[in-house]
Structures are given as structure tokens and as C-alpha cells.
Ligand binder design. Structure first.
Ligand code: WT7
Length: 636
């Protein structure tokens, strides 16, 4: 049998026989699951829930009476940490590696499930003695170190809500999150290593807490980099000193199914970030399914998701998912190119990684360095590859598939969002793969492609991607913003979750993602609203008006370009390069290095819509030389 053929002018890859034989879900089982889920999706998810341990089972699978505030498994009592950690201690997993962590400098730490359990319990006890308990928000401003995972699990264990802020965000953003959430506790580190540099973090926390930030009672500082940091006697505590005396057993808080587990902010079109809330029960049910069925976890796997723990990818596929599945998860602190472009392949070979889940921006970056780097290492342990965050173009897909997977590993391009919690549209290892397509919805997930009014479109036509049935790992809401939740995600009614993406289905029914329909950029896989960057520009006194658009970038996928009308005093300055430097620094200071502004153009006017809003799409169309598809525009 040929494993590659061209059908209807599309390149497809059929699953290899050994993959089909060994898969947790073979093609027949997949078909059965899909038709069972289509016939009764509640029974399907209930079956999935029965595979986990509960303190008390649910009264009902789904309560839709307050829709779109859907509540899954009402009446149930559980704790995700019981399934991710506690229950493994009574099984053969007890002495299995839960976490392999590697620092950028090559230092490493390994934790068995039992060791991780003890560390989590120590911190959980320490947090309880600091007065932190159920429902309290704890802000984590941490790099990719073991304590990040420990802190997340310790929060969950005591029923507190963890709120991670990515270490690439500025003091201003950190402060905004802390005050919005009224966090009593912040956990951070002195610093960390990235691309050969020592980056200090505690100083950013100090800056964020300056002045009248009255909610934070304690800042716990992990010693990662032996930096000499200022410690405020009344407020700051050293992590090691805090946990040293603590007992290594701690009771796991019994929480209700929809008690919040974490809040994670994501960019909204208005430029005002939204705190997406996820809970314990539904989230763990979908994660369990996705590790078992999509990532096909076996007892011998070593699972490496390269996402940062501070984003949803890391929450779901570095921390909770792999631990629920009882597999070994890998965390790497540093830069993929440090000290040279084979670092990732070196890690794969040394630990015998079997499943690698990464993002297109990293693949594109590594691709630029050529195949000599992967060829330096034995990558034969790999058996499954995955990607998330942006579309994989065909050339990038093929490069990854051939040079990293040696045409032996299914490559799963998974579509999902912070709000969906877990993978929604994805191939399975046994699927016939088409490079560039994200395949089909998971069993139990239903989607439609519609026009702006919600009318379904025929195959081949691009439209809005909506999810037509609730799913267990859906967001529970937006922190403090109930109305916004309804407007943002359910504008067409309670049975159409609005994803904000444009997509189409091809003649085989496979889904292709075209990009966002709203004004949100995807910079190296990070969602950043155009307006958020514009707001940052506007806080500089030189800027009178500004419009920001996303422009294509070979590595990052997209970067920001700004069109600026200067204030008269600044418009007369001769040294435009100096103004550009100043503005770029300013935006970096406001938002942090994640918001990459590649270029700034000075203009005298900006195109406006009839209602006076800046017409970014007109700028974008003239920048890219394309026509705009008016039918898909929802603003105005
Ligand atoms: C947005 C969600 C889910 C973790 C990472 C991002 C885009 C996501 C794909 C994919 C094309 C994708 C969408 C989506 N996206 N996966 N496989 N192909 N685009 O989470 O920050 O919440 O962003 O990322 O536009 O809406 P996020």
C-alpha cells in the first residue's frame, strides 16, 4: 500500500499499519464513538466522566437551564488534583517519572509522581498557613520551572484559583491582573535564563506592587537563579524557607464541579483582556479524553509539549493533561535555539521523547536552520507529532513530518482556544492526514461554518466557525464580566459558540482554518488585540492617533505594524528613527516583549468607518494588496 497519494489534487497521508494496530482508538472505534456521540452527546461525555475518580458523582450530566452559562456535571464533587496526582500514589505510577525538567544551562531535575505529590502537599500546607483557601486568587508570575507546576497543583489542591501571568508581560500588565483579581498571594522567582541571558523577575513584581496595591499580603520568591533580590520583610518570603518545615501530606479540598480552577486572561477585540474561567470537572474530563484518544498515551511515553505553562497550552498539555494520563511530562526552561539550533532535538534524543507537541512559529524558526541540526540526533523514539496555535502551511507541515518524524509519525494539527480548554478540531493518529487541514471535530464536539447571521454555508465556502453544542471543558465565564461573556461568545444564540475564526470545509469534510475574523493578531501563537497595542501607543505623549494591523512574518506568523499620527510637537522632529525607537521601547515597556511591533509608519490621516472607528481593514488591504471580503466583516 502506498502511504502517500494525491487525491483530488490534495496531498494525503494514510496511517501506517503499525500506527493503526497500536492506536488506542482504531478507525472502527473512532467511527463508533463518533456516531454514538452524534446520537447522544451527553451519554458520550458521561461515559468519559466515568473513567475518572470523583468524590461524589453528578446529579445530571449538563444543566442548560441558565444557558449560555452551561454547567457540566452539576452536583458532582471532585478535585482535578485527585486525578492528576493523588490517585497515582496508590498505583504503579507512584514511582514513575511525572516530570522531567531541564534548565537552559543544561541542569535538570526529575520528579516521580510521589516526589511531585510531596512537593505539592508541602506548598499546599504552606499556602493554607498563609490563610489562602478555596476561591482565593493566587497570581503566578513564573518562568518554566518545576515550582510553576507545583504552585498550580498546590493552588488547585486547596481549592484556590491560579492565575498565571506570562513572564514576558510587563509590570503594568501584571499589576492590572493582580488588582483586577484582588490576589492576596503572588508567587514569583528571582529570575530565569533565556537565550543565554539572566532575566530578573522579582524586580518586575516589585515595580508592579509599588504604591497603593493593597490586596497582596505575601509574595513568595523561588530561588531559581541565585540573584540577590530585595526582600520586603513584611511581605516577601523565600519559597524554600516557606515549604521546608511543612508536612508532605495535605488534604485535597473537595470542590464542586464548576468551582473555578484557574483564570487565564486572553485578548479581546476591545483591547481589554478577558479573564477566562475554567473549572475542575468538565476540564478534566475532556483532558483525559484528549490525552487518551488524540495523543494516544501509552505507559512508556515521554510527552513533551513545548508551550509555556503560563498559557492554556501549558495548563492543559504540560501540567494537567499529562498528569491525569499518568504519563511523564517534559518541561524545558529556555530558548529552542540555545546554545544552538539542535537544542530541541538533543532533548528529544536524550530523554527518548515519544510525543512532541509544539507550535508553528517554533517549527518555522528551526526549519530556517536546515536539516543538519535534526540530523545530528537520533529522533527515532518519536512516534507522534502535534502542532497548535496557528495554521501549519503545507511546506512547514511537510518539513516537520519528514525531517523530524521521518515520515513515520502522524502529525496532528489541533485547533482549539483558551476558551475551549482542550483540543476541539483535530485528526487522530489513525486519520488520513491532509497537510494544512485541522481535520474534524472530536467526537462529542459539533461545529458549523456560517455566515454572519448563523446560516450554514456549503462545503468550500469560508465562514464563521461556531461550536453548536456545549462541551465539558468550555469556559465557565469571564471573570467579573457576565454580559461580555454573552455578547462575545454567543451573539447568535445559546447554541452557537462564536469562536472568532474564519474557516472552511473541503469536499472531504475536513476543516481548514483561515484566521481570525476579528481584530486580534496571532503573534508567534500569542493572541494580541490590535486595540491593546494601539492603547499602549496612545499612552505616549507623542502619539495623537494610531492604527495597528497585523502583517505577515516568516517566523512569527504575524507581527504588528503601526500607523501613527504624531502630535504637532513631535511631528516636526527630524530624527524619525529616534521617534520610532522611543515608541517601540514604550510599547515594549507597556505590554512586554510579546507584543512585537515590527514597523512604524508616520501618516497624516487614518481611514475611518462611518461611525468614526479606525478602519484597520482598509490599511491591511492596502498593505497586503488584497481585496477585503466585506461579507465576513462583523464590525460597524
Ligand atoms: C486562536 C486561539 C489553543 C492554544 C493556543 C492558542 C488560533 C489555534 C490553531 C490551528 C490555525 C489556530 C485560532 C484560535 N489557532 N489553533 N491549529 N490552526 N489556527 O490559544 O491564544 O486562545 O488562541 O489560535 O485563531 O482562535 P489562544
Amino acid at each position: 500500500m502506498k502511504d502517500t497519494e494525491v487525491i483530488a489534487e490534495e496531498l494525503v497521508f494514510r496511517p501506517l499499519p503499525h500506527v493503526v494496530i497500536e492506536a488506542n482508538v482504531n478507525p472502527q472505534e473512532f467511527a463508533t464513538a463518533q456516531s454514538a456521540a452524534a446520537a447522544d452527546y451527553l451519554a458520550y461525555w458521561e461515559d468519559a466522566a466515568h473513567e475518572l475518580e470523583w468524590f461524589r458523582k453528578w446529579d445530571q450530566v449538563l444543566d442548560a437551564s441558565q444557558a449560555p452559562a452551561y454547567r457540566w456535571f452539576p452536583g458532582a464533587q471532585c478535585n482535578i488534583v485527585h486525578n492528576a496526582l493523588d490517585r497515582h500514589i496508590a498505583t504503579a505510577n507512584k514511582n514513575k517519572l511525572a516530570l522531567i525538567w531541564e534548565g537552559e544551562a543544561g541542569d535538570s531535575k526529575k520528579f516521580t509522581y510521589y516526589e511531585l505529590y510531596r512537593e505539592v502537599n508541602r506548598l499546599a500546607n504552606a499556602m493554607r498557613s498563609l490563610g489562602i483557601g478555596k476561591g482565593d486568587r493566587v497570581v503566578l508570575y513564573l518562568p518554566l520551572i518545576p515550582q510553576t507546576m507545583i504552585a498550580m497543583l498546590a493552588c488547585a489542591k486547596i481549592g484556590a484559583i491560579h492565575c498565571t501571568v506570562f513572564a514576558g508581560f510587563s509590570a503594568k500588565i501584571l499589576r492590572r491582573r493582580i488588582t483586577e483579581l484582588r490576589a492576596k498571594l503572588v508567587i514569583t522567582a528571582d529570575g530565569f535564563y533565556r537565550n543565554g541571558h539572566l532575566i530578573s523577575l522579582k524586580t518586575i513584581v516589585d515595580e508592579a506592587l509599588m504604591g497603593d496595591c493593597d490586596c497582596v499580603e505575601t509574595v513568595v520568591v523561588v530561588n531559581r537563579a541565585n540573584l540577590d533580590v530585595d526582600m520586603s520583610e513584611a511581605r516577601d518570603m523565600c519559597y524554600d524557607a516557606l515549604v521546608r518545615q511543612e508536612h508532605s501530606e495535605a488534604a485535597t479540598e473537595i470542590v464542586s464541579a464548576d468551582d473555578p480552577l484557574f483564570i487565564l486572561h486572553t485578548s479581546g477585540t476591545t483591547g481589554e483582556p478577558k479573564g477566562v474561567i475554567h473549572g475542575h470537572a468538565g476540564y478534566m474530563v475532556c483532558l483525559h479524553r484528549s490525552l487518551d484518544w488524540i495523543f494516544d498515551i501509552k505507559p512508556t511515553d515521554i510527552f513533551w509539549c513545548t508551550g509555556d505553562a503560563a498559557w492554556i497550552t501549558g495548563h492543559s498539555y504540560v501540567v494537567y493533561g499529562p498528569l491525569i494520563a499518568g504519563t511523564t511530562t517534559v518541561m524545558y526552561e529556555g530558548h529552542p535555539l540555545y546554545p544552538q539550533a539542535d537544542r530541541m532535538w538533543d532533548i528529544v534524543a536524550r530523554y527518548g521523547i515519544t510525543i512532541l507537541y509544539t507550535v508553528p512559529t517554533v517549527i518555522r524558526m528551526l526549519m530556517r536552520y536546515g536539516t543538519q541540526y535534526p540530523r545530528m540526533h537520533d529522533l527515532s523514539t518519536l512516534r507522534l507529532l502535534g502542532s497548535v496555535g496557528e495554521s501549519l502551511s503545507r511546506d512547514v507541515w511537510l518539513w516537520f513530518y519528514k525531517n523530524i518524524g521521518h515520515s513515520q509519525c502522524p502529525l496532528l494539527d489541533t485547533w482549539w482556544q483558551t476558551e475551549t480548554g482542550t483540543c476541539m478540531i483535530t485528526p487522530f493518529p489513525v486519520s488520513v492526514l491532509k497537510p494544512g487541514a485541522v481535520h474534524r471535530p472530536m467526537p462529542g464536539v459539533s461545529i458549523a461554518l456560517t455566515d454572519s447571521q448563523g446560516k450554514s454555508l456549503p462545503a468550500g465556502e469560508a465562514g464563521h466557525l461556531v461550536i453548536t453544542r456545549p462541551w465539558p471543558s468550555m469556559l465557565l465565564g469571564l471573570y467579573g464580566k457576565e454580559e461580555l461573556y454573552q455578547h462575545t461568545y454567543w451573539p447568535l444564540g445559546i447554541d452557537m459558540y462564536w469562536a472568532g475564526d474564519i474557516a472552511r470545509r473541503d469536499e472531504d469534510g475536513l476543516v481548514w482554518i483561515h484566521g481570525r475574523s476579528d481584530d486580534i493578531m496571532n503573534i508567534a501563537g500569542h493572541r494580541i488585540a490590535n486595540q491593546e497595542v494601539e492603547n499602549a501607543f496612545l499612552t505616549h505623549k507623542a502619539v495623537a492617533e494610531v492604527a495597528v494591523i497585523g502583517v505577515a512574518d516568516k517566523i512569527k506568523g504575524e507581527v504588528a505594524k503601526a500607523f501613527v499620527i504624531l502630535q504637532p510637537d513631535f511631528a516636526v522632529l527630524d530624527d524619525r528613527n529616534e521617534v520610532i525607537r522611543m515608541l517601540k521601547n514604550h510599547v515594549r515597556k507597556e505590554l512586554g516583549p510579546v507584543a512585537v511591533v515590527r514597523s512604524i509608519e508616520f501618516v497624516n490621516t487614518l481611514p475611518k468607518t462611518r461611525s468614526g472607528k479606525i478602519a484597520r481593514r482598509v490599511l491591511k488591504a492596502s498593505e497586503t494588496g488584497t481585496d477585503i471580503d466585506i461579507s465576513l466583516i462583523t464590525e460597524d
